[in-house]
Design a protein around this ligand. Structure first.
Ligand code: NAD
Length: 497
């Protein structure tokens, strides 16, 4: 994309913030909207429809009708596959527009929106399309007097509620399996990043997805989100967001129709570096790069780095030097690697954690300040804290910003105990050249994903999700079909002469 002037493109962009329900763009029933503000310079990008109860009712009714009349669910899997493949191709064809919307909306650098968010979204949609005509049912090994068929059926209407850190990718992780399996979907994007979801719904229609099958209602959590999660005609909620809101999703289900709730929640991922790690430099660089990518706003970021005391000084020096390469800059500059955090509230939250770290006695090895304040946007420096104690706030709570905490340990037993002493269990990493230790520790860590001597491998083919308060169920891979389909057993009698 060399030579593209993204500022000019941004100035020329026309924002359509209307919801998409029943195949139509429309305003909220109340006529109300809210400002969509870019964290790049604090500019209002446009007005977005403020969805609420009446809009969710309309979207769920449309999704239900579409499901019940079989316009999508009854199509052959191979036909659904072709639509999802065209949808994925449409996403790639609209690559520059989608990347620009994502960058403007939540502040990530344009180069990552282009290189990561758009292609990952397309690959996810295509992959589930590809998968759906290759997934077979089962015949149970019962006695000869009967035949038991075990088949998967779509659940019906799936409500998807997603966060702002990877708006398109998080939406695609819900949409890919749900649509491939034949469900209808009502998507509620984050009020902080609604723009790409609305455009995705248009691209789905253009690809041939029948109207009503995929609806997008933007709005606030306590209005549109709550109405969707409490709705009596929604069969399941696929939620990604904070553990606090995930708890509410379970309450909403209990107060309404006991809809299934699948939560993908927060994390405080542990990254263990042992004294026998043969690649300390790579370990330190990888920790910094994984932490500061996306301005530290990744649920699986390695925010708790546990380092053996004998190598900790070297580790901190290398990680701090690497952090210096993550300088907040203009997200619309194609060379920028670190952009803005999502909004001013998030900026204040992150700065509050940094202040708490210093107040509790951690040593700020690098960063620690707001950046680019004159831009009017929300920027914070890549920050490394050394000398962090496990009881400190910055060691326990998810910050969701570019702050890496280094905790020193003496023994393997202590490292594992500290790593597991968290309500979260999303991801972890072990760095050791000792094969027995690497296997031993990987088994002992209570996390949905454990990396050994790396952190960044990722693929749509592998499940993603957490233990404990990081959630339940898994996104990605064939396992995601478990969250959007029901297992049915059909018994047939076989008369024997
Ligand atoms: P959030 O919980 O504040 O919001 C997530 C979504 O829920 C938004 O669409 C929001 O509008 C909606 N919402 C908020 N309150 C609601 C309510 N009372 N009722 C219904 N809906 C409501 O989270 P966030 O700040 O947008 O995202 C950051 C969080 O997401 C972090 O904790 C991060 O770890 C987590 N996350 C997890 C994963 C994962 O796969 N495990 C991936 C990405 C982000």
């Amino acid at each position: 994309m060399a030579g593209v002037n993204w500022h000019e493109r941004a100035a020329a962009l026309r924002i359509d913030g209307r919801m998409l329900v029943d195949g139509q763009r429309r305003e909220a029933a109340s006529g109300q909207g809210f400002d969509c503000i870019s964290p790049i310079a604090g500019r209002v990008l446009g007005t977005v429809a403020r969805g609420a109860q009446a809009d969710i009712d309309a979207a769920v009714a449309s999704a239900r009708t579409a499901f019940d009349d079989g316009r999508w669910a009854s199509q052959a899997p191979a036909a659904r596959k072709r639509v999802l493949q065209r949808f994925a191709e449409g996403v790639l064809a609209a690559k520059e527009e989608l990347a620009l919307l994502e960058t403007l909306d939540m502040g990530k650098p344009i180069q990552w929106s282009l290189a990561v968010d758009v292609p990952s979204t397309a690959r996810c949609l295509a992959w589930y399309g590809e998968a759906v005509d290759k997934v077979y049912g089962e015949i149970a090994p019962t006695a000869g007097t009967a035949l038991a068929l075990i088949t998967r059926e779509p659940m019906g209407v799936i409500g998807a509620i997603v966060p702002w850190n990877y708006p398109m990718i998080m939406a695609a992780w819900k949409l890919g399996p749900a649509l491939a399996a034949g469900n209808s979907v009502v998507l509620k994007p984050s009020e902080k990043s609604p723009l790409t979801a609305l455009r995705l719904a248009e691209l789905a229609l253009e690809a041939g997805l029948p109207p009503g099958v995929f609806n997008v209602v933007p709005g606030f959590g306590q209005e549109a989100g709550e109405a969707l999660a409490l709705h009596m005609d929604v069969d399941a909620i696929g939620f990604t967001g904070s553990t606090r809101t995930g708890r509410r999703m379970l309450e909403y289900a209990g107060r309404s129709n006991l809809k299934r709730v699948y939560n993908e929640l927060g994390g405080k991922s542990a990254y263990l570096v042992f004294e026998d790690c043969g690649e300390l430099e790579r370990a330190a660089r990888t920790a910094a790069d994984s932490m500061f990518f996306n301005q530290g706003q990744s649920c699986n970021a390695p925010s708790r780095v546990l380092v053996h005391e004998s190598v900790a000084d070297d580790f901190v020096a290398i990680a701090s030097a690497q952090a210096a390469g993550w300088q907040p800059a203009d997200p619309l500059d194609a060379a920028t690697t670190m952009g803005a955090v999502v909004d001013d509230t998030q900026l204040r939250t992150v700065l509050g954690y940094i202040a708490a770290g210093s107040a509790e006695g951690a040593r700020c090895a690098t960063g620690g300040r707001q950046a680019r304040a004159a831009s009017g946007g929300s920027y914070v420096e890549a920050t490394v804290f050394d000398g962090v104690a496990p009881a400190m706030k910055i060691a326990r709570e998810e910050i969701f910003g570019p702050v890496l905490s280094v905790i020193r340990f003496k023994t393997e037993e202590e490292a594992v105990r500290l790593a597991n002493a968290s309500p979260y269990g999303l991801q972890a990493s072990v760095w050791s050249d000792h094969i027995h230790r690497a296997h031993r520790v990987a088994r002992a860590l209570r996390a949905g994903t454990v990396h050994v001597n790396q952190y960044d491998e990722d693929d749509i083919t592998v499940p993603f999700g957490g233990y404990r308060q990081s959630g339940n169920g898994r996104d990605k891979s064939l396992h995601a079909f478990d969250k959007v389909s029901e297992l049915k057993t059909t018994w047939l009698r076989i008369n024997n002469p």
